[in-house]
Write a protein that binds this ligand. Structure first.
Ligand SMILES: [Zn+2]
Length: 217
């Protein structure tokens, strides 16, 4: 479902043997100016799945967002990212130089990675208590913060590792976590942002021939 914080919905349709992306279906094809009607199913508009979710609606998830601004407006592929973890009510726990924050707003345009596998749902009952106790431990006081070693990543990763070890699973180091979870998402986000901004600038965006694309009818 579309939520305003996630930007405008992007749709794709095929015409003139091209894939055309826009924020709405135009009455005329921007390439040939013919009025568009969908005689063939493969030409019909589909919506492109949006990589963002409202983090405050996610339970027990790892969230990423730019430290400054939002993905769609400000992210350039290299911007610093801030990370946090949601409790079962969508409160986002995150660690900065001021200590642990419990945010009830500000994570509306996030990338979300669920941390509970279907076989771990027993943990959900304990989750809020674990997260609260973990955050109150002396390790995350403001004066312990260090840009390179003791930051928002180490806070979330240490929590994830506590959960994993409770479940008898192997710990992740920062590189494993980044490779496995973070990079695939930020790559997808960068692609989507490029497309989104091209539509904002030109009204539509065209690519050669229909190409396979993650989409939902
Ligand atoms: Zn056309």
């Amino acid at each position: 479902m579309w939520c305003p914080e996630a930007g405008k919905p992007v749709i794709k349709f095929n015409h003139c043997q091209r894939s055309i992306y826009g924020f709405s279906v135009p009455e005329r094809c921007p390439l040939c100016q013919q009025s568009v009607h969908w005689r063939k199913l493969e030409e019909a508009p589909v919506s492109i799945s949006n990589p963002f979710t409202n983090g405050h609606r996610e339970k027990c998830s790892f969230l990423l967002r730019p430290t400054q601004g939002t993905f769609l407006r400000d992210y350039d592929g290299r911007s610093d990212l801030h990370v946090g973890i949601t409790n079962t009510n969508g409160v986002v726990y995150n660690y900065t130089i001021q200590g642990v924050h419990r945010d009830e707003a500000g994570w509306e345009q996030s990338v979300s990675i669920p941390l509970l596998q279907p076989n771990m749902y027993g943990l959900m009952d304990q989750w809020d208590k674990y997260l609260e106790d973990f955050s109150n431990s002396g390790a995350w006081l403001p004066h312990r913060y260090e840009e390179d070693h003791c930051n928002c990543y180490s806070y979330t990763l240490t929590f994830i590792n506590c959960v994993l070890s409770t479940e008898g699973q192997e710990r992740l180091d920062k590189n494993d976590f980044t490779e496995k979870y973070v990079l695939p998402r930020t790559r997808k986000v960068s692609k989507y942002i490029t497309l989104y901004r091209a539509i904002e600038e030109h009204g539509f965006h065209v690519t050669d021939s229909p190409q396979p694309e993650a989409s939902t009818p």
